[in-house]
Write a protein that binds this ligand. Structure first.
Ligand code: COA
Ligand code: MG
Length: 293
């Protein structure tokens, strides 16, 4: 399955932004039917999203995902009934409560794929897994929940609203502990389930330096992609999830050191102990840069 580094949100009722998104290097667009669309434009957005999907059937360069409304609302099923005919690559499921929501969505998709002549099982699922307080206690449920599960991501805005928080930030601008916890749990849950961990949006989209620093930290932590809300964020995200030259050089040095010491599990490199986990990390760095050992 293709790794998605950058996923760009597009309000589902904005033709202009669809065109702009198509011209960007985003690995995927997320055509939104949820919070970025005003309620009185939901029906219009469903039609626009389906038409866009149908007229962009070649997804080789850019996948097309749809964020539907939460399953707890009466909008979710009409969203799905309208857009499955366009064969989206995947569905982003906001405010997912647990794997039970993914399993329900899996069943809805199977029925609708069958009805629409879309290959059954082809549409993948990306839950936003930390948007409700209760969801934080269910993150381990996603392991093995559905063959459609492609990734997990997290959100801090709706979670703060649901907690009655005045803000999800400390006075110094860093996330308050609860949101760092949500992020870490999402990261671990994604790796436990063997799917991609996708980092949440950076909302102050004019601050490119901050974005670059966040992406770097995100990749170092084990996320392999990130959502964007503005096209200017796409290229820094794409660049940021590829290791830089210093990291590649270090990875090569680790592998070299291990290869030069057959029969021993641990060696030293520049005064640091190196053993099996470091070798695994080094191999992953080269693989994520598309390089061979
Ligand atoms: N996708 C595609 N194009 C976008 C875009 C997006 N997410 N965000 C902005 N653009 C386009 C604008 O239409 C504008 O196009 P133009 O040059 O042809 O006029 C250009 O990029 C520059 O936009 P800019 O003026 O910098 O921002 P804005 O004020 O138009 O839009 C937002 C700011 C936040 C409203 C906009 O970025 C947006 O809608 N983001 C997505 C919101 C969303 O989907 N949220 C849900 C998930 S959290
Ligand atoms: Mg939201």
């Amino acid at each position: 399955m293709k790794m998605l580094k950058s996923m760009l949100f597009i309000p589902g009722d904005s033709e202009k932004k669809m065109i702009k998104g198509n011209g960007s290097n985003a690995d995927a667009l997320i055509l939104d039917l949820e919070d970025s669309v005003a309620s009185d434009r939901t029906a219009l957005a469903r039609d626009m999203v389906r038409d866009y999907l149908r007229s962009h059937a070649d997804r080789g360069r850019q996948e097309l995902w749809v964020r539907i409304n939460p399953l707890s609302t009466d909008k979710a099923l009409p969203d799905l009934a309208a857009i499955v005919a366009g064969a989206p690559d995947g569905i982003m499921l906001p405010k997912s409560g647990s794997a039970a929501d993914v399993i329900a969505l899996d069943h809805y998709l199977s029925a609708l794929e069958q009805r629409e002549g879309v290959a059954v099982g082809s549409i993948r699922i990306l839950p936003v897994a930390t948007e409700t307080p209760g969801a934080l206690f269910t993150l381990n449920s996603y392991q093995g929940a559905s063959a459609r599960l492609a990734a997990l991501t997290w959100g801090a805005e709706d979670l703060a609203a649901a907690m009655g928080a005045a803000s999800n930030r400390l006075e110094n601008g860093e996330y308050e502990f609860t949101y760092l916890l949500a992020r870490s749990l999402c990261l671990a849950a994604a790796h436990a389930a063997g799917v991609q961990a996708i980092d949440t949006v950076t909302t102050d989209f004019r601050n490119t330096d901050k974005l670059i620093a966040e992406v770097r930290a995100s990749r170092r932590a084990g996320f392999t992609g990130k959502m964007a809300i503005h096209p200017d964020q796409v290229d820094p995200i794409n660049r940021g999830y590829v290791p830089d030259e210093a990291e590649i050089a270090h990875a090569r040095a680790v592998i070299h050191a291990m290869q030069n010491a057959p029969g021993t599990g641990t060696v030293q490199l520049n005064g640091q102990m190196i053993d099996k986990p470091h070798l695994v990390q080094a191999q992953r760095v080269l693989a994520s840069a598309g390089l061979r050992e």
